[in-house]
Design a protein around this ligand. Sequence first.
Ligand code: SAM
Length: 225
Amino acid sequence: MNVSGTSETAEEYRPSRFGRAFYRVGPEMDRRGAIQHRVRMLSELTGNVVEIGAGYGATFWLYPPLVTEVLALEPDAFLRRHARHAAEHSGLNVRVVPDMAESIPCDDASMDAVVSSLVLCSVERQETVLAEIGRVLKPGGVLVFYEHVRSRSRMVAGLQDLATPLWRRAAGGCRPNRDTVRAITQAGFTMDSVERFGFRVNAFAPPVAHVIGCARRVGAEVAGA
Ligand SMILES: C[S@@+](CC[C@H](N)C(=O)[O-])C[C@H]1O[C@@H](n2cnc3c(N)ncnc32)[C@H](O)[C@@H]1O
């Protein structure tokens, strides 16, 4: 693993209210079908992988056998503790570290894949994180993603815009109105596949637009790479 200088001072992050809440709602989402989406997202991966914002480690036991090692980043101390517990029981060669996706502790062009599952909605600046992902991926390496995104319906997108300031404060920085596929393309990745679908995260929520996709770093064309 090409880990360069993981900052243990990030261990000082306090467990957030969001971390505790997500630890409750995440398993419910998985029971409602998110787990199948995660499996599809991960199914083609091989080699060494970085998973940004790994949460409590819901994906660890779903990685396919050709994945040799996973570096899982999780800045929230509460979720990270659970991710480490999941890592111990997963049978996967995985290391959980406190780093942010804005500063991935890997060498340039050293990783076969980066995984983002419900994280690009929450990072402060998508373009910074996407450039960082481009930096660590080998040429031809892939970013696989499972994200909720801005609706194609103008009316629903307008409602998402209205809800975003409040939702962002309540849900760990999450912006429901982001056009993440567009951001990935604008960052210079080539889109291999994108599947769009509606998904209800709980029994009372309306279906929300989600995407699963695979974007490739082709040569040095990724912004910042
Ligand atoms: C909705 S949770 C998803 C967790 C996990 N990926 C999953 O699918 O279950 C969002 C996660 O992103 C993490 N996160 C938020 N901002 C981040 C950042 N800038 N860098 C890395 N992780 C971040 C949060 O701590 C949280 O674990």
